[in-house]
Design a protein around this ligand. Structure first.
Ligand code: ASP
Length: 330
């Protein structure tokens, strides 16, 4: 039997919303029926099965929902007639949910996340183009074994590198390293490069509390101290530039490391890896010498997800350190 069915999981977000002129706000639609109806005007060559997984704005998403979503995607992909899956998701946390799913799902059939920057009935509309493109990508055999993908505004991204860069524009999605992996042009799916292989950790629940702290000049250690006092399981710091911190934070970081809390240094810069290269007090080199790990080219939010998954998979401190090798691609 030729696999020709794409399963579309709707989860909520703007792609499931409409603009309400009476209140001047964007409100959730009841279900994905309006999308299906709009899609029927186009012929993409795949049979589409819609699954109303949930209807939540993406700030209401969390790793527990991600585990259930990954499980349902996995069982859909095991069906012979299914060639790929699409997840229609809110854009605010799609960079985290797609990366989270990519860390726990090992299927080679394509999984493509998409959403919309504009709701139905706004002046500019991207919902149908994004959904249709995502279906074409999910149905295309060339998309197999490329990890979880994210599609917006004609560009195909790896879940590992994608992030939302603009609150309102339709071209909001960018890749922190290497640019888009491909594109959909006139209905054709094109790939420019092959993604790096990524390890998969088959966790079934997330128990780890990992906090993300953004560094800024002259900041006090208050937030790091609060993390140590709350006995969190891990701390990710979006450090300054290449991975440097105000010296005032060092005693608190020392306390965190001494109490067995892993501290991972990402960068608050939009592009480039965190690196242990500056030798001054608070610089990356002494942070590394203290025992901090470096996130490489993973963003702060994605580093937090990775540390949560590693801790929940029961990795030892040595195993965690091995998954954050110092260098560009951690
Ligand atoms: N706030 C919405 C959400 O993330 C925005 C969107 O979907 O684009 O669910």
């Amino acid at each position: 039997m030729k696999a020709n069915k794409v399963v579309v999981f709707t989860t909520g977000g703007t792609i499931m919303s409409r603009f309400d002129s009476a209140t001047n706000t964007i409100v959730q639609a009841e279900n994905g029926d309006h999308l299906l109806e709009a899609l029927s005007a186009f012929h993409c060559g795949y049979e589409i099965e819609v699954r109303d997984f949930c209807n939540r704005p993406s700030p209401h998403m969390d790793p527990e929902i991600g585990i259930t979503l990954a499980r349902e995607i996995s069982s859909a992909l095991q069906r012979q007639e299914v060639c790929g899956a699409v997840v229609a998701h809110g854009t605010d946390t799609i960079e985290e949910m797609s990366y989270f799913v990519s860390l726990i799902l090992s299927e080679s059939k394509p999984v493509v996340f998409t959403g919309a920057m504009k709701s139905s009935s706004e002046e500019y509309i991207d919902n149908i183009g994004n959904l249709l493109g995502a279906i074409r990508i999910a149905g295309n055999p060339a998309s197999r074994d490329r990890g979880v993908l994210v599609f917006f505004n004609q560009d195909i991204f790896s879940a590992r590198y994608v992030s939302k860069s603009d609150t309102n524009h339709m071209n909001s999605f960018v890749a922190s390293s290497g640019g888009p992996m491909g594109a959909v042009i006139n209905g054709e799916v094109l790939y420019y490069h092959i993604p790096c292989k990524q390890a998969v950790y088959p966790v079934t629940q997330i128990k780890a509390d990992v906090q993300l702290v953004k560094a800024c000049f002259g900041m006090s250690p208050l937030l790091i101290d609060a993390c140590v006092e709350a006995k969190v399981d891990g701390i990710v710091i979006e450090a300054l530039g290449a991975g440097n911190l105000p010296p005032k934070l060092l005693p608190s970081i020392r306390r965190a490391l001494d109490s067995g809390i892993p501290v991972v240094i990402a960068s608050r810069c939009a592009h480039g890896p965190s690196l242990a290269i500056y030798a001054y007090e608070g610089g990356g080199a002494p942070l590394k010498a203290m025992g901090c790990l470096f996130a490489g080219d993973l963003s702060g939010p994605k580093t937090r997800i990775k540390l949560m998954v590693l801790l929940s998979a029961g990795c030892s401190p040595e195993q965690i350190a091995a998954h954050f090798p110092t260098g560009a691609a951690g």
